[in-house]
Design a protein around this ligand. Structure first.
Ligand code: GLU
Length: 498
């Protein structure tokens, strides 16, 4: 991109990063934070790094990591270093850096900034209960700090299970400068002796994040405000290692209309949802830019190049902007109208009527259509967002279940998908196995739940085989529709004859 870089006199070009955890679908918040980091790097002639933070081994998956790369690439953002493109400061995947974290934890133990903690799970659980009962702040009571280093060493060498914790200096406080919010002070009483190394010898997010930001020479940390309470721990870690801190920027988190943190219960939060529904990537980035940033003269419509050209980190918002999907849709409509007929035809052919998609829909429809032209009306529910339930209200009534119960079971099913390794990948087989187990656990008949799933996700009473249909609709569209049918069900009077 042809943008003239500006750089602070005397300072090396900045290095920034986005550091998603591959634990689910690629989140719009990742693109939002990536956009600011990208613009900052490009504006100042610096580097933009993509780091995969997969310290949570149980929840991290390769498919989620791949999906993050693809989704971010779809937006049009590019990174200079990362697991997929390489770079001088790799590896860029935390699971490949474990020995580094262990070495650094040892350095902290040796210098007295960290200590081994042998508290058992049971003791910690008991402590928590006690703190709850006494309405005290929850957190570790720093019990093992009383051990002498020699004692701790001996127990560790004897093979006793332990974690390594940060020794937060007591008494004391940590003050740091947030470039958007000013000075922020945390009393150390409020800062937990954070676990740095887990009992399996692997690092937690906090240790890995700080070690990597330092070793990868990150100069500016631009991230969501949800990390603000972690920052004193990070600042203490920089001080303990004797390293220079980066500049901190904590931007406002995206919010639902009711100002709660953006959640998939209330909004589609996967980038893939917007991609699948045919939003234009440039429009999507423009929309994200308007949320967390105020352009000069409140300009709302801009290209990525214009955004970068005028980018000033101080104009990032701390306010917690509402993710107003209606605004994104309006932008997208304007951009579609601005396309030439040829561009529009190409975009539809590529994104909506691709060979791959038509092929999948042919498999599901060929047994059920009798003329070629019937194909389009038959598969129409596979396209677009919400569907209309007014004609199928009666069919959504399940005997001996209230509409509210039906709405609830659909919400529970939607939430449970994410937590189930088989269902998460959203294949027909995985979904079926999961849904049958789900019915048993929740004491619903398969037929009852499947009816709700079918009508809820298609707006129709009859469809191709349910689980093939769900898989072809895609997770985000299904989730959106189930949320919508849940709202619809809640408005139905409970006592109407079923
Ligand atoms: N892995 C963290 C996340 O998923 C990164 C937080 C940070 O930027 O420090 O958001």
């Amino acid at each position: 991109m042809a943008v003239s870089p500006t750089s602070d006199a005397g300072r090396p070009p900045p290095r920034v990063r986005v550091a998603p955890s591959p634990t689910g679908d690629p989140h719009v918040g990742t693109a939002y934070i990536a956009l600011f980091n990208y613009a900052f790097a490009r504006r100042h002639g610096g580097s933009f790094v993509l780091r995969i933070e997969d310290t949570d081994r149980e929840r991290s998956t390769q498919s989620s990591e791949r999906a993050i790369f693809e989704a971010l690439r779809w937006t049009g953002l590019t990174w200079d270093e990362g697991p997929d493109v390489g770079g001088d400061y790799g590896p860029y995947r935390q699971s490949e850096r474990a020995p580094l974290y262990r070495e650094h934890a040892q350095t902290l133990i040796d210098s007295g900034h960290a200590y081994r903690c042998f508290c058992t799970r049971e003791r910690l659980a008991q402590l928590r209960e006690q703190q709850k009962a006494e309405k005290k702040n929850l957190g570790y009571d720093r019990h093992c700090r009383a051990l002498t280093p020699a004692e701790a060493q001996t127990r560790a060498e004897a093979g006793e299970t332990h974690v390594v914790r940060l020794a937060v200096p007591l008494p004391g406080e940590t003050t740091f400068l947030d470039q958007l919010r000013g000075e922020i002070t945390f009393s150390h009483e409020q800062v937990d002796d954070q676990v740095l190394l887990k009992s399996d010898g692997n690092a937690t997010y906090h240790l890995a994040n700080v070690v990597d930001d330092h070793l990868m020479r990150i100069t500016h940390v631009i991230r969501g405000e949800d990390w603000l309470p972690s920052t004193p721990k990070h600042v203490l870690l920089y001080a303990a290692f004797g390293w220079e801190q980066p500049d901190w920027y904590h931007v406002g988190l995206l919010r639902n209309a009711d100002k709660s943190k953006l959640s998939k219960r209330k909004n589609p939060v996967s980038i893939n949802h917007y991609r699948a529904l045919g939003y234009l990537p440039s429009t999507f980035l423009n929309f994200l830019g308007t949320l967390g940033y105020s352009m000069p003269e409140d300009q709302e419509r801009f290209s990525l190049a214009q955004f970068v050209e005028s980018f000033d980190a101080k104009r990032m918002s701390t306010g917690g902007p509402v993710f107003d999907a209606a605004k994104l849709t309006a932008f997208n409509g304007d951009d579609i109208r601005a396309m030439t007929a040829e561009q529009l035809r190409d975009a539809i052919a590529k994104r909506v009527l691709s060979d791959e998609r038509i092929g999948a829909l042919l498999t599901l429809s060929r047994e059920r259509i009798e003329t070629l032209d019937a194909f389009i009306p038959y598969v129409s529910f596979f396209f677009g967002g919400t569907v209309d339930y007014s004609g199928v209200a009666k069919k959504l009534r399940i005997k001996r279940r209230t509409p509210v119960e039906s709405a609830k079971i659909l919400a529970t099913w939607s939430d449970a998908i994410e937590k189930d390794a088989e269902a998460r990948t959203f294949t027909a087989e995985g979904l079926e196995a999961f849904s049958r187990r789900f019915c048993e656990e929740h004491e619903w008949k398969a037929k009852e739940l499947f009816t709700l799933l079918r009508i809820g996700s298609t707006g129709r009473v009859a469809s191709p085989p349910l689980f093939d249909t769900l898989a072809a609709l895609g997770k985000d569209r299904v989730r959106l529709r189930l949320r919508d049918v849940g709202q619809f069900l809640k408005q139905l009077p409970a006592l109407d004859p079923a």
